[in-house]
Design a protein around this ligand. Structure first.
Ligand code: NAD
Length: 462
């Protein structure tokens, strides 16, 4: 079976998925468990194809593809299989006095036909990971991967088409035109990962149909480095997180805010660590920039006078060199947009409070990191700033803990996923009051009386 081609009428695809959903076939625990297992087997059996495709698209190694994409998808599947029974169970809750005698409970139900739109930077993770909770909750799925890494998009379409019927899970490959056509259809859930401007387009289209959305967007994630941080470990972890995937990571530390007293030591140590890491395609720890348009965009963000260190780049091969900028200010062009590339601007600060106040004036970031040994400073950043999620003395790794909700806030997104949060994102929770018929207080019925009113007042005040 082939993936659904752009010329196909998406209306009939959506209708066939809705008919399948309405048959209740996707809802039983046994079915959902079987499909999650089938999903994992299909990905595992096709790992060589997936590695080859992503290497062709942007030179990503098997090590990095497994460790920061497929491993997380498998982890999500295993956690879902472990907890699916409890996540799906009907949960009893207490009943308030006015309804006595009765029982109350919450019934989780799948939303229905879901549309998952992926981004290109972690093409497998961002397309396949949201499918796990969609399947676990009992939805059907239309996946629209990013068209930019064309080989990974085709590989996922093949894996999915070989494993599933399109009336249950289908892939639509394509870009703006295909996504725009899809968005004209009525979905029960849209899960989007991508940029803020496209996120707004998706949100508007969803509003037309009152479709619930999860928007996993981006932004500029700060890393605070205080004067009392463990600088050796800070630099090691920060450099890894920044240059992973050549900086094309939504939760990468976008820029570093470094206390003035340690600025020079920090810069020296970052350069040493970049050299030690020997980032390259050959070493398997670096990737190409996705296309020349982005390569040139990155180039334009840099003003030569701010370059503290830059490795060797090759434009033809889209290898952008690891770049460290110093003496940067909030008004520099590099601070005006999400970098999404291997450039680390360093802003030196005097007072933590001043930079915290400054970050408050910027759009709420997807992530925030603080490297410090000082509990007061850690508390200040974690509690005063609003951000999607983050880490202390670490960066990026919070995404690997499925017990933590993953998502943005404000400009960096709406909603969370991974673990149970993902299951919730693809579910509706029906609250039900279940009453027997052998007793009735008659308080709410005609005729009204002062006594009834005073009883109602007392009962509701409990
Ligand atoms: P993008 O917004 O350009 O594209 C995302 C998806 O939207 C793609 O599938 C694309 O085909 C589709 N699309 C593009 N233009 C469209 C339009 N006009 N109408 C309808 N659909 C359209 O994003 P990208 O370049 O693939 O990804 C980079 C962005 O995604 C960055 O901002 C990054 O921070 C963010 N991101 C966020 C997360 C997260 O988990 N929050 C993860 C990865 C990337």
């Amino acid at each position: 079976m082939n993936s659904v081609q752009p010329s196909v009428d998406y209306g009939s695809l959506v209708n066939s998925q809705r008919a399948f959903f309405n048959s209740n076939a996707t809802k039983s625990l046994a079915f959902r468990v079987e499909q999650l297992q089938k999903f994992e087997s299909a990905i595992r059996a096709n790992e060589p194809l997936l590695y080859e495709a992503i290497y062709k698209d942007f030179g990503k190694s098997e090590f990095d593809t497994y460790s920061n994409e497929l491993a997380l998808v498998y982890h999500d599947i295993h956690r879902a299989l472990k907890h699916i029974r409890s996540w799906s169970s009907v949960k009893p809750v207490s009943t308030n006095f006015i309804n006595f005698p009765a029982s109350s409970y919450v019934i989780p139900e799948p939303l229905g036909v879901s549309l998952i739109i992926g981004a290109w930077n972690y093409p497998y993770l961002l397309s396949l990971a949201p499918m796990v909770p969609a399947i676990a909750a009992g939805n059907t799925v239309i996946l629209k991967p990013s068209e930019l890494p064309a080989n990974t998009s085709a590989a996922m379409a093949k894996v999915i088409a070989d494993a599933f019927d399109s009336n249950y899970i289908a892939t639509v490959e394509g870009g703006v035109e295909e996504t725009t056509a899809l968005l004209r259809e009525k979905f029960d859930k849209i899960f989007f990962t991508g940029s803020v401007p496209v996120g707004k387009i998706i949100y508007k289209a969803a509003a037309e149909q009152l479709t619930p959305v999860t928007l996993e967007l981006g932004g500029k994630s700060p890393a605070f480095i205080t004067e009392d941080s463990n600088l050796k470990m800070t630099v090691k972890r920060l450099v890894w997180a920044k240059f992973l995937n050549a900086g094309q990571t939504c939760i990468a530390p976008d820029y570093a805010l470094v206390h003035k007293s340690i600025e020079q030591r920090f810069l020296t140590m970052v350069v040493e660590e970049i050299k030690r890491a020997r980032f390259s395609i050959e070493n398997g720890n670096y990737v190409q920039i996705i296309n020349l348009k982005n390569y040139d965009r990155l180039q334009q963000l840099i003003s030569d006078s701010k370059i503290h260190y830059q490795g060797e780049g090759i434009r033809d091969q889209r290898i952008f060199p690891p770049t460290l900028l110093s003496e940067v200010g909030f008004d520099d062009p590099i601070m005006k947009e999400e970098i999404f590339g291997p450039i680390l601007p360093v802003i030196a600060y005097d007072q933590l409070d001043d930079v915290v106040q400054k970050v408050k004036t910027l759009p709420k970031p997807l992530s925030c990191y603080i490297f410090t040994k000082n509990a007061r400073k850690r508390k200040k950043v974690l509690h005063e700033l609003s951000f999607g999620g983050g880490a202390v003395n670490e960066a990026v790794m919070h995404i690997t803990n499925d017990q933590l909700p993953f998502g943005g806030v404000g400009h960096s997104g709406i909603g969370n996923y991974h673990g149970e949060d993902g299951f919730k994102a693809f579910s509706h929770f029906k609250g039900v009051l279940d009453k027997p018929t052998w007793f009735e207080t008659n308080l709410k019925y005609f005729p009204q009386s002062p006594l009834k009113l005073s009883l109602i007042k007392r009962v509701f005040s409990w």
